[in-house]
Design a protein around this ligand. Structure first.
Ligand code: MN
Ligand code: MN
Length: 467
């Protein structure tokens, strides 16, 4: 017979908030669904490692599910599915609602760029008969983590003749890879005196790319010349073409289940593909929604969302304006009535480094999708800080659909901080709150998430789209 609950236990159950593990909220069947859902996510992680590759992957998949390129001159009916490709680096997917945008749109916004190492405009050089690329890191990285890790090269080169050449080398079995070297411990006495964050400096992130000279001719820089010859044979490019290129080095690490219980996924670039994939798949799963569904997968978040493919540009606004005008409405009115989930990651509690978190207000792996009311730093600077009303609405929606969720702040007050695209969407007079997946080792070459949280975030996006 079950033990009778004390009065204190009964009252506590009624009044106290609990931050609970998914096991309390998810059935075995749902956990199985989460594991299955994550197999699709892992496949996406393997195929799409940069913003350009994400756009390509998503559009191809969307086309196979009835999405067509958006044309602002064309009339659309409820249930119609469209996409808008912004320069191959960000993309919007929309499913027209029964009410159109007359009461606003339901927007989920995520980013598909991740921290990485970009090549400098003139990257190629030779030093002491070794060939190198100079890099300029993209986004917030702890530089010491990026050395002695196998890297692959992705991106695009616009040649002098205007031809665009796609590059993807280091991912397929048998491909060569690239690496940044580090000092051996036997000789690191001076380096060891540097602070951890200065252990490797920006100008030391040089990529080793070759060591054999062009024949045994006399002359200088023959290793570099030999690399240029290989690149010319493979891609038809010359050294000057690097100037009009976007070449990105990303970790060439496998996507793996982590742990004996396979509950976690280790991979490069969970931030923010781990929210972009749920946003995208939730839009794919939306059929004849009440309100028009908009999933926006954006570029440039990791460097502040500036640039015409970032969410601080007007491309989302213009798209909503076009939807509004097609229904004879004003864009500003539609934006004012719209609601948005800014789907981005938060820092999961790491018991090895507990001091940076406020245990009462941090998020935990396997506790579900995390609502982040505000981000920012030093007294909520640089955040949109969602309203109590909107957080209340999202909370009710998640509870009604039995989605596993939690609340979380990004670390202790004055410990640091960060931001997402939420504030740029709030600036359009849209109600917005952050929701996403807790991550361990965020921005490292290999990040960790829990499968149940990925699935809960998908369910949150799906429920929001049909709300
Ligand atoms: Mn992010
Ligand atoms: Mn980030």
């Amino acid at each position: 017979m079950a033990k009778e609950q004390s009065q204190a236990e009964l009252l506590s159950e009624k009044l106290s908030a609990k931050n609970e593990h998914f096991c309390k909220a998810m059935s075995d069947e749902e956990v199985k669904k989460a594991d299955e859902y994550c197999e699709g996510y892992k496949d996406f992680l393997r195929r799409a490692k940069t913003e350009r590759e994400c756009v390509e992957y998503m559009i191809a998949r969307a086309q196979s599910q009835g999405f067509t390129a958006y044309d602002s001159k064309k009339p659309y009916a409820p249930g119609d599915r469209v996409y808008l490709n912004n320069r191959g680096k960000s993309v919007i997917f929309a499913v027209m609602g029964k009410k159109g945008v007359s009461e606003g749109a339901r927007i989920v916004a995520s980013h598909i760029d991740s921290p990485r190492l970009d090549l400098k405009p003139m990257p190629l050089y030779e030093d002491s008969e070794l060939g190198y690329f100079k890099t300029h890191y993209y986004g917030g990285i702890k530089k010491y983590q990026w050395v002695t890790v196998p890297l692959s090269l992705h991106g695009v080169v616009i040649r002098g003749d205007g031809e665009s050449v796609k590059v993807n080398i280091g991912e397929d079995p048998g491909d060569p890879q690239f690496v940044i070297t580090d000092l051996l411990p036997h000789l690191d006495k001076e380096q060891g005196k540097r602070t951890l964050l200065e252990g490797i400096k920006g100008e030391e992130l040089n990529i080793l790319i070759g060591s054999r000279p062009f024949k045994s001719d006399s002359g200088s820089d023959l290793v570099k010349l030999n690399i240029l010859k290989i690149l010319n044979e493979k891609y038809g490019i010359v050294e000057k073409d690097f100037i009009s290129a976007e070449l990105e080095l990303v970790p060439a690490l496998p996507v793996s289940d982590i742990g004996f219980d396979r509950s976690l996924i280790g991979a490069y670039g969970h931030d923010d593909r781990v929210c972009a994939y749920p946003a995208f798949t939730a839009a794919m799963a939306s059929e004849e929604p009440e309100h028009t569904v908009v999933a926006v997968l954006s570029d440039k978040e990791e460097i502040g969302s500036d640039g015409n493919t970032g969410l601080n540009s007007s491309y989302l606004k213009y798209f909503i304006y076009d939807l509004a005008e097609a229904e004879g409405l004003r864009g500003r009115d539609v934006l004012s009535m719209s609601e948005c989930l800014s789907a981005d990651v938060n820092a999961g509690f790491d018991p090895t480094f507990p001091s940076v978190h406020d245990k009462l207000n941090c998020c935990n792996l396997n506790h579900g999708a995390v609502i982040t009311k505000y981000t920012g730093a030093r007294g909520k600077s640089g955040t949109s800080d969602a309203s109590a009303e909107f957080v209340g609405k999202i909370r009710r929606m998640l509870d009604a659909a039995h989605v596993s969720w939690q609340i979380g702040e990004l670390g202790k007050v004055d410990e640091g901080g960060g931001g997402t695209v939420a504030m740029y969407i709030a600036n359009l007079n849209v109600d917005v709150v952050d929701l996403g997946v807790p991550v361990l080792s965020m921005h490292a070459p290999y990040e960790i998430v829990a499968k149940t949280d990925v699935y809960s975030t998908y369910r949150a996006c799906f429920e929001f789209f049909r709300s």
